[in-house]
Design a binder for this molecule. Structure first.
Ligand code: BGC
Length: 453
């Protein structure tokens, strides 16, 4: 039979293909070599906070197995790897004297990545604040902004010539809303006023770190990673359209507008002023937050479809049921949302360099009798999202790279080890890694710099 020629969607030359992780989710070695306690070490100690009482004490033991993990990255052909630095590994008290042994780990890790031509994308803050800083109020205390700047400056200087992609914060919206508003993530605070103070301070610390990066003349590029989870109106009724707007403004725009447009969304600011106790927000603050960035990282997983629902939550809005397939987190699979997000950001800041800094899905993985994991649902999820990213590039978006979440199954925050996102399977008892079918497929994508339709 004649083979039907496949249509290939080619990505631009030099496109970066990678996978992402975060320190607390993979490293383990929670108290080794002088590391200080983080808010996640503390939060996961209390029963009821994490599913099955799991903790990140060992996680993927990447602290000891990083060389093997880089071998896997090589095998997959990644040309970039996004990871985060654990602040309390470098400054056990959050400030003061650095812990050289902690720094050495990242020196070894980065050295090995560079040796293998894998470009580091380094996130300074992926949610593991030193507990000592939480003891003075954490991100709700404006002093923490200066401690973050000191930590960032120290790390920048130590790695000043490596030409990395630097990320100040990962998803401030999630650390704020889950950590300070709902209390379902560390530090477990349930105080909307503290949450808004924390969001403002995180954004300030981002601005300060960018400023320091420029002042020190560090090689490479710097940006921030935001989670953009679009909220579409569930119907075309005006009240549902308004409800969707409210949710978008309080989630996406609360972060992206200050960074790209130097202002908070007016309606939400007014609403918060009426209902909460807000910190002082000055013009100087807004100038600092909106320092020019070299790129914006977008984490995209899913979309919501919203209806007006008086009395539901803070914004009188609720999700309507949809009939899209869902992941094991019950998140609707809606790849078109990624296209819309990339197009919208490009409208907001034309030509800004973008990365998909995380995209992936959790499904129940099964090891078959040959020892393989045929995770075709994950493969299909990624395939459909890659196609939408390609479509956005064709439409003129300056998308420079794509990171799959995650390199390997890891500690999925409040869900512990019960949710697997990896393209590599982690056996948490033996620390064996098995490349899943989606991982083998991703290798081909990277090799061809494109996908087949
Ligand atoms: C976070 C990751 C997390 C993933 C899946 C993102 O919000 O940056 O740390 O594991 O989503 O939930």
């Amino acid at each position: 039979m004649r083979k039907i020629p496949m249509l290939k969607l080619a990505f631009p030359k030099g496109f970066l293909w990678g996978a992402a992780t975060a320190a607390y989710q993979i490293e383990g070695a929670y108290n080794e070599d002088g590391k200080g306690e983080s808010i996640w070490d503390r939060f996961s100690m209390y029963s009821g906070n994490i599913k099955n009482g799991d903790t990140g004490k060992i996680a993927c033991d990447h602290y000891h197995l990083y060389e093997k993990d880089i071998e896997i990255m090589k095998e997959l052909g990644l040309n970039t790897y996004r990871f985060s630095i654990s602040w309390p590994r470098i400054f056990p008290d959050g400030k003061g004297k650095p812990n050289i042994k902690g720094l050495d780990f990242y020196k070894k890790l980065i050295g090995k990545l560079l040796e293998n031509n894998i470009k580091p994308s380094i996130t300074l803050y992926h949610w593991d604040l030193p507990q000592k800083l939480q003891d003075i109020g954490g991100w709700a205390n404006r002093e923490v902004v200066d401690y973050f700047e000191q930590y960032a400056g120290y790390v920048f200087n130590e790695f000043r010539d490596i030409n990395a992609l630097w990320v100040t914060h990962n998803e401030p919206a999630v650390s704020v809303m889950s950590g300070y508003w709902h209390g379902s993530f560390a530090p477990g605070v349930k105080d909307p006023s503290a949450a808004i103070a924390a969001s403002h301070n995180m954004l300030l610390s981002h601005g300060k770190a960018v400023q320091t990066f420029r002042k020190l003349g560090i090689s490479g590029e710097i940006g921030i990673v935001l989670n953009i989870w679009p909220n579409y109106p569930g119907t075309d009724k005006a009240e549902d359209i308004e409800a969707a707007n409210r949710v978008n403004e309080s989630s996406t725009n609360w972060y992206i507008d200050p960074i790209l447009k130097a202002k908070y969304p007016e309606n939400i600011l007014k609403f918060y002023k009426e209902k909460l106790i807000l910190p002082e927000i000055t013009d100087e603050d807004m100038k600092l937050i909106s320092q020019p960035i070299d790129f914006l990282g977008v984490n995209y997983y899913s979309s919501n479809f919203i209806k007006n629902s008086p009395g539901t939550g803070f914004f009188d809005a609720d999700c309507v049921p949809v009939y899209y397939a869902i992941t094991d987190f019950d998140w609707p699979i809606y790849p078109e949302g990624l296209y819309d997000v990339l197009i919208e950001i490009n409208k907001l800041s034309p030509g800004l360099k973008l990365f998909v800094a995380e995209n992936g899905a959790t499904f129940k993985d099964v090891i078959d009798r040959n020892g393989n994991i045929e995770d075709v649902q994950r493969l299909d999820y990624l395939h459909r999202h890659f196609a939408q990213a390609h479509r956005a590039i064709e439409a003129g978006v300056n998308l420079a790279g794509y990171y799959v979440w995650s390199l390997m199954d890891n500690f999925e925050w409040a869900q512990g080890f019960s949710k697997r996102f990896g393209i590599v399977y982690t056996d948490f008892k033996t620390q064996q890694r098995i490349i899943k079918k989606s991982g083998h497929w991703f290798k081909e994508v990277i090799n061809n710099n494109g996908i087949e339709l």
